[in-house]
Design a protein around this ligand. Structure first.
Ligand SMILES: NC(=O)c1ccc[n+]([C@@H]2O[C@H](COP(=O)([O-])OP(=O)(O)OC[C@H]3O[C@@H](n4cnc5c(N)ncnc54)[C@H](OP(=O)(O)O)[C@@H]3O)[C@@H](O)[C@H]2O)c1
Length: 279
């Protein structure tokens, strides 16, 4: 194997990817990673039409500036229900038809997620349902909505990829008052393992990324007032997550490098899951 062969193992040339929750935060970084890795198409999705359009325009500017072969497309949808996941697929089909593109999906990243923290006796029923719907139910129906294309894309040597964004909160329960969030992430880890076993024979692998704390809109409130510094200080690697951490692991989980990895929950947290600090 040459150095070029080795580099190619970590690239995703010509791949087509759909990423939910990619208008900002971790999902946006994943989209950028795939374009940098040579993907042909990356479909950006979230509820807000304007936010998707802005992300697409930023990503396409990066692709132009760096002379990358790929392009980003916008397919907004609320993926917290089956109807929403079906609407995501309909938006995908519509864009492909308009642009004259072959409907293909080699990679589906079910990343959209929501959180809620409230004292135990005040925790709203509606918030519990909202978190479970998006973080578990929506993940399942997003995968189902693209199954036909994933089945066509996978081969024994290079399966189609489903990546689910879980959380270390599903491993350690370290999000204070995050009853629904912690339960949803533990649940979606198990959902991912079930899908890995069921879809593996169809040449589709399913892996779950479990990030620790990364600065984003979702974590901004929690990490404010010195909590972020405390989380960094008490992390075994003495810092929070970086964009480059997301970019590296995204390319690992979607490239040939991980062709035989299936059903894992991969913590990306500097080792905090091994012994979570008290907050
Ligand atoms: N940041 C962290 O430290 C961390 C740690 C562990 C796990 N995670 C997980 O990583 C994922 C991304 O988190 P993040 O930190 O990047 O959060 P974020 O910055 O809040 O981004 C969330 C994304 O999801 C979209 N979204 C929210 N509700 C949606 C819905 N119902 N349907 C479709 N899209 C929706 C948002 O856009 P719209 O508002 O336009 O819909 C946005 O694009 C989540 O699953 C989260 O649980 C994050």
């Amino acid at each position: 194997m040459s150095t070029k062969d080795l580099i190619d193992i970590y690239a995703v040339p010509g791949k087509v990817a759909v990423i939910t929750g990619s208008s900002r935060g971790l999902g946006y970084d994943m989209a950028e990673a795939l374009l940098l890795g040579g993907a042909a198409r990356v479909y950006i999705s979230s509820r807000k039409v304007d936010a998707c359009a802005k992300a697409v325009s930023q990503l396409n500017a990066i692709a132009k500036e760096k002379n990358l072969p790929g392009k980003a497309y916008s397919i907004p949808a609320d993926v917290s229900t089956k109807a929403g996941a079906d609407a995501l697929r309909a938006a995908f089909d519509k864009v492909n038809k308009e642009e004259g593109l072959e409907p293909r999906a080699d990679i589906v990243i079910a990343n959209a997620g929501a959180t809620w923290a409230e004292e135990i006796e005040k925790f709203p029923d509606s918030a519990f349902a909202k978190v479970m719907d998006l973080n578990v139910r929506g993940v399942f129906f997003t995968v189902v909505a693209f199954l036909d294309l994933l089945r066509k894309a996978g081969t024994p040597e290079d399966p189609a990829r489903v990546i689910i964004t879980g959380s270390v909160a599903g491993l350690t329960g370290l999000m204070p008052n995050g009853f629904a969030y912690n339960a949803s992430k533990a649940g979606v880890h198990q959902l991912g393992k079930q899908l890995a076993v069921d879809l593996g024979p169809q040449h589709i692998s399913v892996n779950i990324l479990a990030p620790g704390f990364f600065p984003s809109k979702m974590t901004a409130g929690f990490l404010s007032g010195g909590v972020g510094d405390h989380m960094a200080e008490t992390n075994p690697l003495k810092r929070l997550g970086l964009r480059s951490d997301i970019i590296g692991v995204t390319l690992f989980l979607t490239s040939k490098a991980s062709a035989y990895v299936n059903g894992v929950v991969l913590p990306l947290d500097g080792g905090s899951h091994v012994g979570a600090p008290k907050i």
